[in-house]
Design a protein. Structure first.
Length: 144
């Protein structure tokens, strides 16, 4: 027990800068292409490891969070486009076949729908919803 507390105390003394860099280093193992794309997203160019270590803590935090998000989406067994399609279609019922304009109940955007029974949710909101489901809901698959 004392060893655990001593180890915990050592970990608590680690600075936040070390935490962010260590976490990025753990995440990038086996995910180099995602790591490079996140660097380009955050810094508009690929930078060296030393430049990242010397970068501002806020930028390191952005890299860590973005990299974690990209890896979660990559490893998710769910297809975001198919899930978004399912979300939209599950909200529309049987209706006549006609192009119908509707307003999204979440963001207010106006879209066209190929059915008179509209879903009430636009494509971009359905994609956002599907992305959040894919990132944060790990236990929605049936167990065999």
């Amino acid at each position: 027990m004392a060893c655990f507390i001593k180890t915990l105390g050592v970990k608590l003394r680690m600075s936040l800068d070390d935490f962010y860099i260590n976490r990025i280093q753990q995440l990038k193992k086996g995910n180099m292409s995602e790591y490079e794309s996140v660097l380009v997203d955050v810094f508009d160019q690929s930078i060296s490891w030393q430049e990242l270590k010397n970068a501002d803590r806020k930028l390191q935090t952005r890299v860590m969070l973005k990299l974690d998000e990209v890896i979660k989406l990559k490893e998710s067994p769910l297809d975001i486009k198919k899930l978004a399609y399912a979300i939209q279609h599950s909200r529309s019922g049987a209706g006549g076949c006609a192009m119908t304009e509707f307003e999204c109940k979440l963001c207010g955007e106006v879209e066209l729908w190929s059915n008179t029974a509209t879903p009430g949710i636009c494509r971009s909101c359905a994609v956002d919803m599907a992305t959040n489901i894919a990132k944060y809901n790990y236990n929605i698959m049936k167990e065999c």
